[in-house]
Write a protein that binds this ligand. Structure first.
Ligand code: IDP
Ligand code: MG
Length: 156
């Protein structure tokens, strides 16, 4: 099982899209194991987007991510990182395919509604930035045996 960091960015919160976006992850069968509404500090935004430091959009991105609250979520499942990225869609709202969150809900290239970790190393680094270990809840789901085929012992 993998856990990935998903952030509903300020535009998603302000536009009242939180519920519909959360549903995309729940509908897919992924489990939300952590969630909180926070206002990101400039320092935290800079650390999250450290790999983009120096790029032309970096300063604006940090301003955007700190301008209004965001919902941060830890989302778990088999292959959750790659599945999460596919639910998000392409980075630019103008290019993202219909059926994806970015493709269905936005047109902007910078206000693109959601963040998702892009690999196992990134997911660990990003989850550590936003969640204490005790804030990630390990709880059984009664639907697990219908979300996954558990007949061979592990989830398939
Ligand atoms: P990702 O969010 O799909 O992983 P990244 O390339 O990691 O995309 O960029 C991080 C964020 O920076 C994007 O989600 C978007 O908000 C913003 N961004 C990326 N490229 C541009 C750009 O060319 N113009 C404006 N904003 C950008
Ligand atoms: Mg990225």
């Amino acid at each position: 099982m993998e856990t990935t960091l998903i952030i509903l960015k300020p535009d998603a919160v302000q536009r009242g899209l939180m519920g519909r976006i959360i549903s995309r992850f729940e509908d897919k069968g992924l489990q939300i194991v952590g969630a909180k509404l926070i206002r990101i500090s400039p320092d935290l935004a800079q650390r999250l987007y450290e790999p983009h430091q120096g790029k032309p959009f970096y300063e604006g991105l940090v301003r955007f991510m700190t301008c209004s609250p965001v919902l941060v979520m830890a989302v778990r499942g088999l292959g959750a990182i790659e599945i999460g990225r596919s639910l998000l869609g392409a980075t630019f709202g103008s290019k993202a395919q219909p059926g994806t969150i970015r493709g269905d809900f936005g047109v902007s290239n910078s206000f693109n509604l959601v963040h998702g970790s892009d690999g196992p190393g990134t997911a660990k680094r990003e989850l550590d930035l936003f969640f204490e270990p005790s804030e990630l809840l390990d709880y059984p789901r009664s639907i697990e045996g219908w979300v996954y085929d558990l007949s061979s012992g592990g989830p398939e």
